[in-house]
Design a protein around this ligand. Structure first.
Ligand code: HGY
Ligand code: MN
Ligand code: MN
Length: 422
């Protein structure tokens, strides 16, 4: 059988119904009344999802491993089982008001490729590994992308263990519970190197759908920075304290936020600036707030702009304001990344050969691929999502688009898993 016939046979084995049904099976874990999911990282729902993925892997005889940050590695043998695996995957944790497809699609598309290889009776030279990265969203334990950052050597697990969620649970306790619950073959002490990594994801934006295009060959990911600003004043009685005698942390925070938003104004609308979380202490109507902490999520395709804006943020959020002390700490710093032309063109050629329509495009969202890209040749495949909506329970993708993405992924992975592939 020649290479084309092998790819045709493999893509013919990709099962749209099986892939869709698995999305519905996983959506049960953390299901919301609204039809979305709340599957916070290392929660009971996340652990249940991991166990189901492990069950499916066991039924097919794949190797199942983990590491100190509970990344889950599912590996299908290659002819040369010692060769560097070609990897794929994404995350299974969701936003608190998340959808059925963000992240989980990349893991399920990878599993679909492994099973389609079995069903088509195809062996690859290199093994193929599917990864479920821990805590990509960062909504329970900040920052996001902890699993892929630790994998890439950008963070040490030990430096993250003391991070707590809103209930005061430490990452360490959540990791211990998750690792104890997963039945794996091995807990890896060091990262398993990959020959290449391809992540499949819904676009989470409107471009593909608006242009009627089925596949995005992603060219790169914009840079991301997260900060936490802390404003400390003095709590006092809301009724008896004259305005002139207050150190009101909320009033100071509101002024700072207004200044930051003026700083973030971008006539080209390329800078992304979001204040998504505000914590107030003591958070009662009739006590002047003594502390306000708020997050900043800032993104831009140019490193220079991110550095300039960061200087502005640090300057505005350090020292005193309105009688309060102000400080800022950076939680996540990741510069923009461009995927190698060799990978982007592989994705494009795989799409054209199917054929499905394809266009090159950058990613506005970050993904685990942004961090893995520092360790091996990396790329991404996008499929459309309805109205470009994501991080929202109404997030939706069409079964045919999910299957087309899995077919392009299958062809790309098999090409890379050939012994002579560069
Ligand atoms: O925030 C992001 O870009 C990703 O969707 N977690
Ligand atoms: Mn995602
Ligand atoms: Mn997300």
């Amino acid at each position: 059988m020649n290479a084309e016939d092998r790819i045709a046979r493999l893509c013919g084995a990709v099962n749209e119904d099986r892939l869709w049904k698995r999305h519905m099976d996983l959506a049960r874990f953390g299901a919301l009344e609204s039809g979305g999911v709340n599957r916070q990282t290392l929660s009971r729902a996340d652990i249940a999802a991991r166990k189901l993925l492990i069950d499916w892997a066991r039924q097919r005889g794949y190797a199942v491993e983990t590491d100190a940050i509970a990344n889950l590695y599912i590996r299908r043998r290659g002819r040369d089982n010692e060769a560097l695996p070609v990897a794929t995957g994404s995350h299974i944790d969701s936003q608190p008001l998340g959808g059925k497809f963000d992240g989980i699609y990349g893991v399920l598309a990878g599993c679909e490729v492994l099973e389609s290889l079995d069903d088509a009776g195809i062996e690859t030279d290199h093994p193929i590994t599917v990864v479920a990265w821990t805590n990509e969203e960062g909504s329970r334990f900040a920052p996001g992308a902890m699993g892929s950052m630790v994998y890439a050597g950008l963070r040490a697990v030990d430096a993250l263990r003391s991070v707590t969620d809103a209930e005061g649970t430490t990452l360490e306790a959540a990791l211990d519970a998750t690792l104890a619950a997963m039945q794996t073959d091995r807990r890896l002490a060091t990262r398993p190197p990959f020959k290449a990594y391809i992540e499949t994801h819904i676009e989470q934006g409107p471009v593909l759908e608006a242009r009627g295009i089925e596949i995005g060959a992603v060219t790169g990911i914009q840079g991301t920075r997260w900060f936490e600003v802390e404003v400390n004043g003095r709590s006092a009685h809301a009724g008896t304290t004259p305005m002139s005698r207050r150190a009101d942390a909320m009033s100071a925070a509101v002024d700072i936020i207004a200044d930051l938003r003026r700083m973030a104004a971008d006539p080209e609308d390329r800078l992304r600036f979001t204040i998504g979380r505000v914590n107030v202490v003591p958070n009662t109507p009739n006590t002047i707030p003594e502390q306000v902490r708020f997050t900043i999520d800032m993104r831009h395709p140019e490193q220079r702009v991110l550095e300039d804006r960061t200087r502005d943020i640090v300057a505005r959020c350090t020292g005193t304001s309105g009688g309060c002390t102000v400080s800022v700490r950076e939680l996540l710093t990741q510069k923009p990344c461009d995927f190698p032309e060799s990978i982007v063109s592989r994705v494009e050629s795989a799409a054209k050969a199917l054929p499905v329509s394809c266009m090159r495009m950058p990613s506005g969202a970050f993904h685990d691929a942004l961090f893995v890209a520092s360790t091996c040749p990396t790329g991404m495949i996008f499929v459309p999502c309805r109205d470009g909506i994501s991080h929202n329970p109404t997030e939706h993708a069409e079964p045919a688009h999910l299957a087309a993405g899995a077919r392009v992924l299958a062809a790309t992975l098999v090409g890379l898993a050939a012994a002579d592939a560069k």
